[in-house]
Design a protein around this ligand. Sequence first.
Ligand SMILES: NC(=O)c1ccc[n+]([C@@H]2O[C@H](COP(=O)([O-])OP(=O)(O)OC[C@H]3O[C@@H](n4cnc5c(N)ncnc54)[C@H](OP(=O)(O)O)[C@@H]3O)[C@@H](O)[C@H]2O)c1
Length: 257
Amino acid sequence: MNLLGKTALITGASRGIGRAIALELAKQGVSRILLVARDVNRLNEVAAEIAVHNVEAIALPMDLTQPQAVNVAAAQTWRDYGPIDLLVNCAGVAHQTSFLKARLLQIESEIATNLVGMYALTRPIARRMAARRQGHIVNVSSLMGKIAAPTMATYCATKFAILGFTQALRGELAPYNVQVSALLPSLTDTDMVREFNWFRWVSPTTAEKVAQALVRGLRRGSSEILVGWQTWLAVWCDRSRPPFWKSWYNRRRRRRC
Ligand SMILES: NC(=O)c1ccc[n+]([C@@H]2O[C@H](COP(=O)([O-])OP(=O)(O)OC[C@H]3O[C@@H](n4cnc5c(N)ncnc54)[C@H](OP(=O)(O)O)[C@@H]3O)[C@@H](O)[C@H]2O)c1
């Protein structure tokens, strides 16, 4: 994809990977960036950082767990700022907890944000892209969309689902010249993972590296953009042998009991 002069909308743009993607796209010559998340102050800060690159950035505060409001906001955004060439669905939440102890509220919030929120915004935008016969949608899944990790059952379920959704949508939208791809970061140093207890032995990558990998993947036209050697290795191991998580997790459980 040629990014020059394009309009991009990025969810989860107030911090972490979404913010890094917004800044990287600004460096790559995108002309307008629409920034979506709930925290308007943080969005305005990111917009100010982007303005340094002479790129127009607009903060669009939105709660993706409110599908009707999202639908209205998507239509207004398209009307007010013109066609969106690139949609990056990056907003997400993760709660690390044993499924046996998980609270329904946490489970619902992961599904509502990572999955239903993504559908809610993608549907009105994909329809307009299809009518215009032009566009690209990137859905941010995860290494945990390929390999399920204990204590992350609902998060993994949403990230596996995102890959299935992406694959199905790719086929559906191809006749309309709309590309759909997935980004699969491995552990990345952001607010999301700071409260995790289980993956401290994994050295995280940076959000900036994830954003650079996305841009390379968009240029190459990759349908699945794997980030970092850990993701490549883990995907390869998963294909070639039984899950290493199983023995690692069982060992830890035995030690705790
Ligand atoms: N960090 C990792 O190790 C890692 C690895 C693989 C994949 N990922 C994926 O990468 C994406 C970004 O994660 P991150 O690590 O950058 O997380 P993060 O730093 O916690 O950022 C999450 C972003 O999502 C937004 N968000 C959360 N709930 C929202 C809602 N209801 N409506 C609108 N925006 C909402 C947050 O903004 P507000 O709070 O302002 O709303 C924030 O901008 C997620 O999809 C995650 O699953 C992360």
